[in-house]
Ligand binder design. Sequence first.
Ligand code: 6GU
Length: 234
Amino acid sequence: MRIDIITVLPQLLESPFSASILKRAQTKGLVEVHLHDLRKYSTNKHAQVDDYQYGGGAGMVMALEPVVAAIEDLQGQRNYDEVIYLTPDGTTLDQRMANRLSVQNNLMLLCGHYKGIDERIREHFITKEISIGDYVLSGGELAAAVLADSIIRLIPGVLNDGTSALTDSFQDDLLAPPVYTRPAEYRGWPVPEILLSGNTPAIEEWRHQKALERTQKRRPDLLKRQSSEEGGKI
Ligand code: 6GU
């Protein structure tokens, strides 16, 4: 997979892709992440990438021409499965969306800034608009990092344990069960005995039960969703 990210703040996105799993995914050749500084596409002598909005009012808009130039430059080099605009008024990211995007080849992400982008770009170039939740961030960069992380970790080979992405919270609309590590007893608090039993089927059943209990208690909405939308996960 290849992910191209268009941003006015490439520095902000460098570190999330330079550490841990996202770094290893790139080193292993499983994903390529390319950051594109929108300023490089500005024809303005001050490399300005914002502009006033028609109709007046506070707040600048991302300048139309550099954004279009960046998108078209990349589209001239390869076909993109999706051109995604990160914006708080987009569709809220969930695991299902991450799953679907993880099987694509080329994704372009455009990080929103200021009051956003000219509506005509949304109408004519953007194929998907994604928000990462109902709160406001200073820009789309951190949202793009979150989206890319949620996608990249699902690419086969990225996680060492091939099954671990499947047992994540949300992967089957269940929260993950509790986990324990050494020592078996700490300050008088024991690890549940079943986990020390070596009885794998019983342990699996216990984990499933705990996942159900936890979901019922914390996110009953997920269980409702499961019963009303059986199947069709991808
Ligand atoms: Cl994608 N952008 C901004 N600026 N704020 C957000 C967001 C995106 N998703 C949630 N809040």
